[in-house]
Design a protein around this ligand. Sequence first.
Ligand code: MTE
Length: 314
Amino acid sequence: MLIGKTNGVKGSEITPPDVYLRRREFLLGAAAMGLLPAIASPAQAARLQAAKSQYTTDEKITLLDDITAYNNFYEFGTDKTDPAANAHTLTTTPWTVKIDGLVDKPADYALEDILKGITLEERVYRMRCVEGWSMVIPWVGFPLAEFLKRVAPQSSARYVAFETLKRPSEMPGQRGILQPLPWPYVEGLRLDEAMHPLTILAVGLYGETLPNQNGAPLRLVVPWKYGFKSIKSIVRISLVDKEPPTSWNLQNKNEYGFYSNVNPKVDHPRWSQATERRIGEGGLFSKRRETLMFNGYGDQVASLYSKQDLTADF
Ligand code: MTE
């Protein structure tokens, strides 16, 4: 099948990156020549339109199997394998995103309307989780700035707050007495971080519609920050004038700061952040890689923080 969800894919069904890349070239060419049938959903259309972005690393891409089977998405459980096992229960159509706060055009936007007129790009980004592992993920998405400009932030807006769906009937991690986090999951960026060209909203990965466990149908991707800043399954984006609360900071403010920039020199109170394990590189006993300042995106983003002490603003 050309178009489909990647939930629950088995190892035997995995497309190796080089085959995937060739297939994608073919599909993009076929789409350009009008050889493909009309496409139903915007996220599917997304895939066929996505052009390779200049903001792309040529590092080896992590296998689709790992990207979709080793996840953090606590709404579906706290084990790495829980999201792949449980996230299929989430209904992602229809999907509405509320835009409110300090904007001239507040509204409930249908995902289709958000994607109207937007050019999707494929961006291969290094992603670094706060727990010490990393992946290289080919996202399909578009700059958050493009969408924010459309909703017209007011001059008093300083931060952007994001909220994930709260729907216990479809999110088993939100049921029960002991909850690992307060719900809904919330995150935030300073406005200049949100407007930075590296910051994207993703609707797909590996050329496919975003699998539920990776944050379908719309998630944030901020590649110079620890993975938890990249909030999944977004239902609300608010422009605000004060630093918004963030889930992990609410849970433990000594361990998780608002900025959460990848920084090998600022350790987590319980472990070093100097090195990382690249998922897919020989398991637990493989040589660890040095973690790069701002996850290797320093040339692009260091200037955002030139006036800050990053040990205080961690
Ligand atoms: N978003 C929500 N709503 N809930 C979560 O638990 N986990 C975060 C982030 N976004 C999380 C979330 C963490 S800790 C990481 S490392 C990344 O999602 C993982 O994204 P991935 O599963 O696509 O690799």
